[in-house]
Design a protein around this ligand. Structure first.
Ligand code: DI6
Ligand code: FE
Length: 404
């Protein structure tokens, strides 16, 4: 008789969607089983094809839908203060760009964040992370970018890391020093980029706080030439890059990002055919942010059909931030991806699992397959479409990160 396979936990009676390949995006394995040892999956598939297994912990999924834990691959959820009043002014007619140019917007969050201690940042940000976690999220990317000087950028990154530990979620930290021009560098954007690329980034990377590097390439942000200097510095340090590109206008940021082998280019409402072709060549993920599209009442959706046609992998994220997307529901972002951007259910699921992992450069998350982390979401649902269809309810039954 074959010796029992070594594992410590078995999830049984799952309606399993593994996302193990693109073709698996909607395939429900009716009598599924997952087995894990020390937080890593050793088997995921039909129960009747499973090897002999012996485990001390058995979890009955009771025919519920089971998917990989969800991944929110673009957030700015660590910050202090509120922009609700600014938003009220926007309702009365002020535009996001006008407010930014008048020193509000990102700079108002910068002021609040610079004066917050790490404990205050953690306390104010924790409910946002907890809301994501309560909906089955097991991995979150968190950007800096509201400090715009070394000490506060560092505090944002350390706050993000400690939140991950406190909330049992895998956190990937992205340095976004090139988010906005701080007032002390007014009219000296190139000098600020020097500071970001030559001082802040090398220092924070040396402290082990940076998993990836991002920038805001936009009329109200930084030029492509300035963005490229940040990218060159990142790659000199061996760090992957990503970019806020083509959100409000087309500065050809996606093509620039692709030239630097970016993990992702994000937003992309104003992306053109050359940008799509460049992303397809470099394998750069298109991270779509329907919460920001909705909240800013953007009229032009990203070119989803052309991205699909070109075979560019598509991710969806919340963009959780106080200015353009105060959203803490990745499920609602998936619903918006379908309704506002016309993604299919299969695409929405892949967009918050396997493709979101790729947008973070993670090879061991986002799918349920041997060798991957046992990051698992169990839903009070039976069909994948129900996950994308509902608005404002939380169908999560249970979630496990690395088996726990
Ligand atoms: N694009 C965005 O949508 C956010 N940052 C960015 O570069 C907005 C951030 C904010 O308004 O606080
Ligand atoms: Fe963003």
């Amino acid at each position: 008789m074959q010796a029992a396979m070594d594992c410590d936990t078995i999830w049984d009676n799952a309606r399993l969607v593994t996302l193990a390949s693109d073709a698996d995006s909607l395939r429900v394995i009716a009598h599924g089983r997952i087995a894990a040892k020390a937080g890593r999956i050793v088997y995921a598939g039909p129960r009747d094809k499973a090897p002999a297994l012996d485990a001390s912990r058995h979890i009955d999924c009771a025919d519920r839908l089971v998917t990989p834990g969800l991944i929110d691959c673009h957030t700015h959820l660590v910050y202090a203060g509120s922009r609700a009043v600014e938003w009220e002014n926007r309702l009365a007619g002020a535009s996001y760009e006008e407010i930014a140019r008048a020193g509000g917007g990102i700079l108002s969050t910068m002021n609040a964040t610079r004066t917050a201690s790490e404990a205050e940042l953690v306390a104010q940000s924790r409910p946002r992370l907890e809301a994501l976690v309560a909906e089955g999220v097991t991995t979150v990317e968190i950007k800096s970018g509201y400090g715009l000087e070394l000490a506060t950028e560092r505090r944002m990154l350390t706050a993000a890391r400690s939140l991950g530990k406190a909330c049992n979620v895998s956190v990937r930290t992205t340095f976004l020093g090139a988010h906005a021009l701080p007032p002390e560098y007014a009219d000296r954007a190139d000098d600020y980029i020097d500071l970001v690329a030559e001082e802040m980034l090398p220092q924070l990377a040396d402290e082990g706080l940076v998993d990836a590097v991002d920038a805001f390439c936009e009329g109200i942000g930084f030029t492509p030439a300035q963005t490229e200097r940040v990218f060159v510095a990142a790659r000199r340090l061996g760090l992957p890059v990503k970019l806020h590109a083509e959100q409000l206008s087309n500065l050809h940021g996606a093509a620039l990002a692709a030239r630097h082998n970016a993990l992702s280019a994000d937003h992309l409402e104003h992306l053109d055919a050359d940008g799509i072709a460049a992303m397809a060549r470099s394998g750069t993920v298109a991270t779509l942010l329907p919460g920001a599209f909705y909240f800013t009442r953007e009229q032009k959706p990203p070119p989803v059909a052309a991205l699909r046609e070109a075979g560019v992998p598509i991710a969806i994220a919340t963009d959780c931030n106080p200015g353009t997307s105060p959203l803490t529901s990745l499920l609602l972002a998936m619903n918006m991806g379908a309704t506002l951007f016309r993604l299919t259910v299969a695409e929405c699921l892949a967009a918050t699992t396997r493709n979101a992992a790729r947008a973070l450069g993670l090879s061991d998350a986002g799918v349920l397959a041997p060798g991957k982390w046992a990051d698992i979401a169990i839903w009070n649902l039976s069909e994948p479409a129900e996950l994308v269809y509902r608005m404002g309810s939380n169908p999560l039954h249970a979630r496990y990160r690395r088996g726990l």
